[in-house]
Design a protein around this ligand. Sequence first.
Ligand SMILES: Cc1cc2nc3c(=O)[nH]c(=O)nc-3n(C[C@H](O)[C@H](O)[C@H](O)COP(=O)(O)OP(=O)(O)OC[C@H]3O[C@@H](n4cnc5c(N)ncnc54)[C@H](O)[C@@H]3O)c2cc1C
Length: 523
Amino acid sequence: MVERIDNVIETDGALVLGAGIAGLFTALRLAPFPALVLAGSRPGTSGASAWAQGGIAASMGEGDDWQSHATDTIAAGAGLCDPTIVELVAREAPNRIEDLLRLGAPFDRNRDGSLALGREAAHSRARIVHVRGDRAGAEISRTIAARAAQTPSIKLLEGFHAVELAVEDGRVTGLFARHGSGPDARLVLFRARAVVLATGGLGALYAVTTNPMESRGEGLGMAARAGALIADPEFVQFHPTAIDIGRDPAPLATEALRGEGAVLINERGERFMAAVHADAELAPRDIVARALHRQIAAGHKTFLDCRAAIGASFAERFPTVYAACIDAGIDPAFQPIPVAAAAHYHMGGIASDERGRSSLSGLWVAGECAATGLHGANRLASNSLLEGLVFGARVAGDIKASEQRGAARGTPPAPAPAGAPAPPHVLRKAMSLQVGLERDAKGLGAALETVDRLERATHDPALLNMLAAARLVAAGALARTESRGGHWRHDFPLAGKTAARSFMTLTDARAIEQVAGRRRVGP
Ligand SMILES: Cc1cc2nc3c(=O)[nH]c(=O)nc-3n(C[C@H](O)[C@H](O)[C@H](O)COP(=O)(O)OP(=O)(O)OC[C@H]3O[C@@H](n4cnc5c(N)ncnc54)[C@H](O)[C@@H]3O)c2cc1C
């Protein structure tokens, strides 16, 4: 069964799906080349971008340089960063911050007018530009959305839920999106000379996450279902300090708090990180997250203690975190904040080259849904907004210069009817328990069986996109028989001798499950 196409909207320019930092910045850099930006929610508050707290990494401080930023990025990536990509991102970072300043981003400044730079875990220097303490994402998103709205070449459309890419003669020529729900729902075919996916991450596929519910891996799933090559899907970063007050999604206590000296303790007041890593609370995220997870598994409760390091200045310096704590009846100036690890960032994504091109002709990718090779097996804090900016600019440059921009010809087949499904609870639970911080073959096999079962029971393309994304993460984790960066396996606790990125299509992911299944059953 297919759905009726109610409307066809054509643009002679680019179609950008997603109005987070990557989508909006791409559109701004495309100007005056026309860009039609589609998003599920309102630009300016849309996506994870508006929720970012810490800020953006760039080597702009005295004594800092791009080489040092690159070295820290590569160290965090546990052997899987692409050094060419790391170099270009670290080199271009200061220019992208200058772009944001020109657009009006209100970065915090020192008394002498220079940019105030914060320090975060695994950065060897203070190099994080921030806004009003922990409001970087909200303020930058607001600023660039307002600029986009004033730019004549950009058209912003919100409330559209994209469900499938339109592919004609092997080329992506547009996408299908629904507007509204119930009997008033309309299916629109958008067609464009270039299509950009900037759909963010997939944290909301997990039961415990810091991501907004719109971060459900749908862009990744859509591209994978159209045959795109996916890279490093198994690498998911878990943030150690999600505020554990039973909210879904869980509010975040930014890493900058630990940068300021806040410590992790258990219910006995014992600091446990010093025994785990030389950098204690500022160790790489995966190490801190697993240490916390193990404390909880051993029956402890875990807290972030900001009393000595931040104390009475908390409300003024970290207003977002403060508000979330007060909402839950905790005053972080005087009480430790209960924290737990939560799915936070997807290092993997749609494989992209240095111009932001995917493996599908006509399809570019930017931001968290892309895998450029910057993050390797573990993202360095505050490198993701940066990646969205650097690749947003690169995608825009490539589209403007590209000879590839061909017009669409026929009418591609419409997708099956879609609802507006949330990821099923059973899927989110399986992802958290079996594809989470600690994994093994048995759990990953069981998670893939859950995905199979849900897939057999639906034709809804939106749900199929989420399931494809979940399948890729679980299959990638099953195929990676080692522990590295954000990916840790009970049954393979050591890193392998050689480090290699993973690249796979959705067909490959299915084959991984079949081979593993045959091994479980035996010959
Ligand atoms: C709480 C939190 C704090 C963070 N702090 C930092 C930080 O300090 N520094 C840092 O560098 N990174 C941080 N990150 C990570 C960073 O925010 C994200 O990686 C980044 O914002 C992703 O930007 P994006 O433009 O790729 O996607 P997003 O900002 O997530 O935007 C995705 C867009 O795609 C749209 N979309 C998705 N699917 C569909 C669909 N099917 N149909 C229509 N529209 C769709 C959404 O509506 C949205 O507009 C943080 C993340 C979280 C959750």
